[in-house]
Ligand binder design. Structure first.
Ligand code: PMP
Length: 463
């Protein structure tokens, strides 16, 4: 994102109205600033002048410390397909919590949790739990390298796989693959960064480089399809990786149990060698896993290492398969398996996308709302392309335009939406849960109309 197109917040009526509504958050933000870099604990929560501090949440809604209610599209960074505080998940957590939170031993709940994942994801022949998606992709890459004896990993520009060294370049910057601060050049060098969807580039890279251990990507496209990818690309990647004996890794940290109940791999009919899951997999608590082919996961197995003479890959982790997370994950996945939660959230999202585009058309704003499954993205058209909300085709937009949404303008839109009771994600889009209702859609649409008018009044938009 770049910093263009919005007037400074000091003269902004939107920012003034936001401050007026959120004095408690402003006070906490000032405390937080003396404790945390930027006053925040996750980069995606960075809001100018400050974000709201949330006190409680229920279903699709959350309330800040000043008592303001928001329709929540941040959705726990994607973890909350079932909404906040689902009663069955909450009861499972309470029960597990009362039995103890850390046994330093194997426990029945981790077996149930793994079975619940396997039930929905047949490619998960074996699993290993981790505490975060970052750790899951870290292990997936390590397994791919150790298994193939190769070093290079193929990735796609804008695809996010967590923040470990191998993944730091090429998400929001360093698209040339150069190392970000603190990362060893040798680590960054071992990535091939291609344009998403560039299947010819994939073929050429494999033809010219015998050192590619595997390919990792977000199967529906970066940030849940902000730059969308479909089944064709997945199927072609499957064919090419098989041809070259490389490992295909689906990063299903967001798409898992959301795109369909079996993830993107089920939607596309592709069986990856390895997958990473986080967010929904742990039912709204911390937890994640790497899952896939037995022969790959066998690299973590003591007996197999002994038998084959291959050095075992070490994998500790204090909170791996934490019993409380296991209880939440098992309960959430059972609900997802037995209900239409993913489809229901997707249907509500489709209706929301349509309604928001109606606002754009009526207000004559040359932006577009688009997306797939239970997500929506906002394209604010930084280069002033000739697009309309109904004819918008993200596949036709240059990658730079898709990813370089003007940060200051989107920030101001977010403030305007917060004033009107809606919390969007930092890209001005969001993810829905199965608890969002037609009423939430109607209220979000009204909020969006009002926010657009506020931006117009501040001279941010023509019309
Ligand atoms: N992969 C993807 C596709 C993600 O969206 C994320 C988190 N947003 C991660 C990996 C990292 O997961 P975590 O935040 O649990 O480390």
């Amino acid at each position: 994102m770049n910093d263009v197109a919005a007037a400074p917040l000091t003269n902004s009526r939107i920012a003034a109205a936001y401050r007026e509504r959120t004095p408690g958050s402003e006070q906490l933000a000032s405390d937080a600033n003396s404790l945390f870099p930027s006053g925040i604990t996750h980069d995606a929560r960075n809001v100018d002048p400050y974000g709201v501090f949330i006190e409680r949440a229920e279903g699709p809604h959350k309330w800040d410390v000043d008592g303001n209610r928001y329709i929540d599209y941040f959705g726990g960074h994607g973890a909350l397909l079932l909404g906040h505080r689902h009663p069955v998940v909450t009861a499972a957590v309470r029960e597990a919590f009362d039995e103890g939170t850390q046994f330093g031993a194997s426990h029945p709940r981790e077996v149930q949790w793994a079975r619940a994942i396997q039930r929905l994801v047949p490619s998960a022949e074996r699993l290993r739990f981790t505490s975060s998606g970052t750790e899951a992709t870290l292990m997936a890459i390590r397994l791919a390298r150790a298994f193939t004896g190769r070093q290079t990993v193929m990735r796609f520009k804008g695809h996010f796989h967590g923040w470990h060294d191998q993944m730091a370049s090429g998400y929001t910057n360093h698209f040339d693959g150069s190392p970000t601060p603190g990362v060893l050049p040798g680590v960054a060098e071992k990535s091939i960064l291609l344009n998403p969807g560039d299947i010819e580039g994939v073929r050429t890279a494999f033809a010219n480089n015998p050192d590619i251990a595997g390919v990792i990507y977000e199967p529906t496209g970066s940030s849940f399809g902000q730059v969308p990818l479909g089944a064709d690309f997945a199927q072609e990647l499957r064919r090419i990786t098989e041809q070259y004996g490389a490992i295909l890794i689906f990063d299903e940290v967001v798409t898992g149990f959301r795109a369909t109940k079996g993830g993107a791999q089920m939607a596309f009919g592709v069986r990856p060698d390895l997958s990473s899951f986080a967010k929904i997999v742990a039912g709204g608590l911390p937890g994640a896993c790497v899952a896939g082919r037995k022969d790959l996961l066998d690299l973590l197995d003591f007996k197999v290492a002994e038998r084959t003479g291959r050095e075992k890959i070490s994998h500790p982790g204090t909170f791996n398969a934490n019993p409380v997370s296991a209880a939440a994950g098992t309960a959430a996945l059972a609900i997802i398996a037995e209900s239409d939660a993913s489809e229901h959230a997707a249907a509500t999202a489709a209706s929301l996308r349509e309604k928001l585009n109606e606002v754009l058309a009526a207000e004559r704003v040359h932006w577009a709302v688009y997306g797939t499954y239970s997500g929506f993205h906002l394209f604010v058209n930084p280069s002033g392309l000739d697009i309309g909300p109904y004819t918008f085709d993200p596949a036709k937009i240059p990658l730079e335009d898709m990813k370089n949404q003007p940060k200051a303008l989107v920030n101001k839109l977010r403030l305007a939406m917060l004033i009107n009771g809606v919390d969007l994600n930092p890209r001005g889009g969001g993810l829905l849960s199965c608890t969002h209702t037609d009423d939430d859609v109607a209220n979000t649409t009204a909020a969006f109309r009002e926010a657009i008018r506020m931006l117009k009044q501040e001279g941010e938009l023509a019309g």
